[in-house]
Design a protein around this ligand. Structure first.
Ligand SMILES: Nc1ncnc2c1ncn2[C@@H]1O[C@H](COP(=O)(O)OP(=O)(O)O)[C@@H](O)[C@H]1O
Ligand SMILES: [Mg+2]
Length: 1081
């Protein structure tokens, strides 16, 4: 079910000023402030929306909000600009009523933002589709283009629109947008040539210079530096939060979307550049011989560049800045311009050029966005125009005057349309029309626009009058003609009331506008109204070789010389306001009144005086009064009954009859005085907000009571149902508990019974068992007795046969048992199979001594055999060698024991693998049995020299250790014996057969670390070779060695043990070498 809400729900202050009680300026302000402080920036006056500028983004414009306000009634939700936009759009679509949205307020109050919000809301809720979206996009993108050319940074607003804008958006019968038409009013063109302090020129100039590419700037003959251009005030060129370069791209893009061609865009930029160039043209005096001062251009460079840009002949323009041609009917006269006039002419040209360019842009946009079909369409107009403008210090000029005039006219329409609408509603609802008291400002409009004696007519008359015309003559005229008007005030008016009023200076007049008094300074009125551009200049412009320029200055066409003066600015404005009013009058108006809460452009600040001033000149109090003149509040019967039905017993909770009768019953019951309300056809009209608030208050109280009632019933119901639930649960819990308790008790009894039973049974069984055992014992005893008895009898009978053989048999048996036990025991306790394991079980009986040691010997032999049988042939050879070594050295040489556990490696040098010995190994063609490094002892000093010792089957070889060069190769048969000592040294002497070829150099005295192995191998070769004699091995501590001719004795002596080196050899004399061998411990 959709929840029906109302504006009146959760209201902060009052959402609709019509309901304000009491209605005073203070309460009005207080209400606005209160709402503003709570972020409620929108407030209604009836159907008018007041909008306060929050100066920060509020989260109230999201797509969700759009959905919230879509298709809801105006007063259903809290005030919002979307509610107004929705109302306008729906009555346009559904009731076929053209709409206009009038947005007013002073500069910076948020008008332009409001107009964009309305447009974006409508764009969001209207139809979708490719074509429709394109139209929407074009309409929305026209904004950035117009803002670039028509907006500027001012003191009040960084993006202030310096023109009034009215845009008609056209829709088809379905409510889809078809296109639009834009009208512009009163561009503030004076800004082009001069800007107040702290303000900037129009955005486009800065955007062009910051955003255009270098190439474009070069084409336009521009430089990026702002300071190069006189028309760009410098003090506020950069604006915080405004990225001119990025905006330039946005504008270019928007222009493309809207449909500008590339060359059009370029022409537009050329004109913008021309304006900047124009500003740089400066003049100087030149005195002529006739004594008249003439102006001349100072530096012609800028002029030249501008002329090149626009294709104007330089001399033509130069002349136009120095002379002025006055054409009367038949005559043509040329007068010279002085410097001041030349500057005026230059500025007038710049202003005209720019404002015409702006108008052309609007026309061009209109061409693009105009509806393509001719079908009948509905229109929604959005007017974004200045509100009343009052400068406090009386600095109001012609511009303020026309703007305020426009606002007077808008107020007229407002009054007219509001009253008309009010009246129509009364008629529709069948309520008697009571005359409404309000101030009608038609009289002020008349003061300004009357064709005979209106101020604008006076001004035009003054401007067209021959003779000297000044602002003062204009004021005189006003004093005479309008002096007596009750809304006109001047120091010198006929009505001498103001003669002594010092707040009214002499050069000013004051008008009492409907929104307050405004003081206008007459200075500049005539010039601004004339808005003259010398014909020479427009002709020069027309001559330009530039398409767009030609279009902008059609009056310069010599073929169409028109001697009539162009219409004055005032006249043009009045005419366009007139057209606008006519246009608006045919439409259903919707108002947005924008208010600026502070002058600092900052959020959260609400300056009372500022807002009070705006409230007054926007005529908001007037609005409320008009709105309240008849009935302040009205509501259809259904929602009224729905809202207040709880206030009466008969309508609560349901009223069965028609809603109107229900409301009548309700009002009767509440005793509301009859003059306070009227019954219309479909609505009830309430005269005074007080009545409404009375109803609301009653409703609030009633809701509170109802809430209490509902709470009460709910709480009662809740407690009751909780109690019932508890009770039901208790029964269930009790049932379960009892069952559990009984079960437990039963289990206990059952187990107790079982215990008792088992005890009894046990007792019975034990008793039976005892009896049976007793019986069995008795039987056994009887049997034993019987057996003994039989035994005794048998023994008695056989005793005589038994004694003769028993001893021997028992002995044999015992011996057999013992032997059996010994063998079985030995079997299980045999030692390991290792031949070196010396363990053997202990002999159990002395009489087994021989067997025991014999078995040990047999077992040892057997396991040795087993061990041997597992030998491979290599291992066997190794053992044989070891055995041979043992035979040779055991118990003969002290060195031997240490060699037993060293494996005989043979090739210690890895002679065939080591690349170092490659050459050496290649000279030996037999298998090398041993390769090792030995020391060859030098006879002369007993020192050793390292030699490689190689042993093959046929010979042994000594070679140089480093080079591997063979020093000696001796066939083994030439070796007769080898001598070694009995001690732990490694010295040995190889003795050679006398007379053999090898013996020439004598015997070899060598020492080796592997002596035992070396000698064993040498001996073994002799044993195994059939053709060799067996080698003698002499072991003694003194032997002779034959060195060449001499025999030298080598003697070994023992020295006490020492660390480090082993045996050392020393020469004692010619015939004795002494080897000292340290005693090994
Ligand atoms: N509804 C809004 N929400 C947030 N900021 C706003 C709103 N209305 C206005 N503003 C701010 O105020 C500035 C001036 O608004 P603008 O519409 O340009 O004023 P105006 O057109 O009345 O001169 C905007 O640039 C924006 O920063
Ligand atoms: Mg604006």
């Amino acid at each position: 079910m959709e929840v029906k809400t109302s504006l009146l729900d959760n209201m902060i202050g009052v959402g609709d000023m019509v309901l304000l009680e009491p209605l005073t300026a203070d309460s009005f302000l207080e209400n606005l402030r209160n709402r503003f402080d709570h972020n409620e920036i929108y407030t209604y006056i009836g159907s008018v929306v007041i909008s306060l500028n929050p100066y920060r983004s509020l989260p109230i414009y999201t797509p969700d909000k759009v959905e919230e306000y879509r298709n809801r009634n105006f007063y259903e939700l809290s005030p919002h600009i979307y509610a107004l936009a929705d109302e306008a759009y729906r009555s346009l679509r559904d009731q076929d009523k053209d709409q206009c949205i009038l947005i007013t307020g002073e500069s910076g109050a948020g008008k332009t933002e409001a107009s964009k919000l309305v447009m974006s809301y409508v764009a969001a809720v209207c139809g979708k589709g490719q074509e429709v979206n394109k139209v929407k996009e074009q309409l929305l993108q026209s904004n950035p283009v117009l803002e670039a050319f028509g907006n500027a940074k001012t003191v009040r607003n960084d993006n202030s629109s310096r023109f009034g804008k009215y845009m008609d958006i056209e829709f088809d019968f379905k409510g889809d947008p078809l296109g639009g038409v834009i009208s512009n009013y009163l561009l503030e063109k004076s800004r082009v040539v001069k800007q107040p302090r702290g303000e900037r020129n129009f955005h486009i100039f800065y955007q062009l210079l910051s955003g255009a590419s270098d190439e474009t700037l070069k084409k336009l003959k521009l430089e990026r530096d702002f300071s190069k251009y006189n028309y760009l005030s410098l003090d506020s060129a950069a604006v915080n939060g405004l990225d001119d370069a990025a905006n330039f791209r946005t504008v270019r893009n928007a222009m493309q979307i809207v449909g500008f061609m590339e060359d059009e865009l370029h022409s537009v930029l050329e004109l913008v550049a021309a304006v900047l160039k124009l500003g740089n043209i400066e003049f100087k005096h030149e005195s002529r011989c006739n004594g008249i001062d003439e102006s001349r251009i100072k530096d012609k460079n800028d002029l030249k560049e501008m002329c090149e840009l626009l294709g104007i002949e330089q001399s033509v323009l130069e002349r136009a800045f120095s002379y002025r041609t006055v054409e009367a009917k038949l005559e043509k006269m040329s007068t010279t311009l002085n410097v001041a006039q030349a500057y005026c002419a230059r500025d007038a040209l710049a202003k005209n050029l720019y404002s015409r360019l702006f108008s052309w842009l609007v026309t061009r946009i209109n061409e693009s966005i105009k509806a393509q079909t001719k079908a009948r369409h509905k229109v929604m107009g959005v007017l974004d125009i200045y509100g009343f403008e009052i400068f406090e210090d009386g600095d109001n000029s012609f511009e303020q005057f026309v703007i305020n005039y426009c606002n007077e006219k808008l107020q007229q329409i407002f009054i007219e349309l509001t009253l008309r609408e009010e009246q129509e509603e009364y008629v529709r609802e069948g309520i008697e029309w009571t005359n409404i008291e309000y101030f009608n400002n038609a009289i002020i409009c008349d003061l300004i626009e009357n064709n005979q004696n209106g101020i604008l007519a006076m001004l035009d008359e003054e401007c067209l009058r021959p003779g000297t015309v000044t602002d003062e003559t204009f004021l005189d005229k006003l004093n005479t003609i309008c002096g007596e008007h009750q809304h006109f005030e001047s120091r010198l008016s006929k009505n001498s009331k103001f003669l002594t009023d010092h707040s009214l200076p002499h050069n000013c007049f004051r008008i009492q506008h409907y929104a307050g008094k405004v003081l206008y300074r007459v200075e500049g009125f005539v010039d601004k109204n004339n808005d003259l551009l010398y014909r020479d200049l427009s002709q020069a412009m027309f001559k330009a070789n530039h398409n767009l320029m030609k279009q902008l200055f059609p009056e310069g066409n010599p073929a169409k010389v028109n001697l009539k003066r162009p219409p004055t600015a005032g006249f043009q404005f009045k005419a366009s306001v007139g057209t606008l009013m006519k246009n608006l009058q045919t439409k259903n108006p919707n108002y947005i009144r924008c208010i600026k809460p502070n002058d600092k452009k900052t959020p959260h600040i609400f300056t009372d005086s500022l807002v009070r001033h705006q409230v007054s000149y926007l005529g908001l109090m007037e609005n409320v009064r008009v709105r309240r003149a008849g009935y302040a509040f009205r509501q259809p019967y259904e929602p009224c009954l729905e809202r207040y039905k709880m206030l009466c017993r008969r309508t609560w909770p349901h009223w069965r009859g028609p809603a109107r009768e229900g409301v009548e019953v309700l009002m009767g019951d509440l005793q509301v005085p009859h003059e306070e309300f009227s019954y219309g056809r479909s609505k009830i009209f309430i005269r005074n907000p007080r009545t409404l608030f009375f109803l609301e208050e009653r409703r609030r109280q009633c809701l509170r009571d109802l809430a209490t009632l509902i709470q009460k019933i709910y709480r009662g119901w809740k407690c009751c149902s909780r109690f019932l639930l508890l009770k039901k649960s208790q029964v269930v819990v009790a049932a379960w508990y009892r069952r559990y308790a009984q079960q437990k008790k039963y289990q206990q009894i059952k187990s107790a019974t079982t215990v008792v039973q088992s005890y009894t049974r046990g007792w019975q069984a034990r008793k039976l068992l005892r009896e049976l055992k007793y019986q069995k014992k008795c039987e056994k005893a009887a049997t034993t007795i019987a057996a003994y008895w039989h035994g005794t009898q048998v023994r008695r009978e056989y005793r005589k046969f038994f004694r003769a053989n028993a001893g021997k048999k028992i002995y044999n048996f015992a011996i057999q048992r013992i032997a059996q036990k010994y063998f079985l025991g030995l079997k299980s306790s045999l030692p390991s199979m290792s031949p070196i394991d010396k363990s053997w079980p202990v002999r159990p009986y002395v009489f087994l001594d021989g067997v025991h040691s014999e078995l040990r010997r047999i077992f040892h032999l057997w396991r040795c055999k087993k061990y041997r049988s597992e030998f491979t042939s290599e291992k066997k050879a190794v053992f044989e060698e070891k055995l041979e070594a043992s035979e040779l050295f055991k118990d003969k040489k002290t060195l031997y024991p240490s060699s037993v556990n060293q494996p005989f490696k043979g090739d210690y040098l890895e002679i065939s693998k080591n690349p170092k010995y490659q050459k050496l190994s290649s000279t030996v063609d037999e298998k090398v049995l041993l390769a090792d490094v030995v020391n060859k002892i030098n006879r002369a000093n007993g020192k050793g020299t390292a030699r490689i010792f190689l042993l093959t089957k046929k010979n042994f070889i000594l070679a140089d250790q480093k080079t591997g060069q063979v020093k000696a190769s001796v066939p083994l048969p030439d070796v007769t014996s080898v001598s070694v000592s009995t001690q732990s040294d490694g010295f040995f002497a190889l003795k050679l057969r006398e007379g053999s070829a090898s013996a020439v150099k004598g015997d070899f005295l060598l020492s080796s670390e592997h002596l035992i192995e070396l000698i064993t191998k040498l001996h073994h070769v002799g044993v195994t070779a059939a053709d060799q004699e067996q080698l003698n091995v002499d072991i003694s501590d003194e032997f002779l060695v034959q060195f060449k001719q001499d025999k030298v004795c080598v003697k070994f002596i023992q020295t006490p043990p020492k660390n480090g080196n082993g045996a050392s050899c020393k020469r004692r004399n010619n015939r004795l070498l002494e080897v000292s061998v340290p005693l090994t411990v």
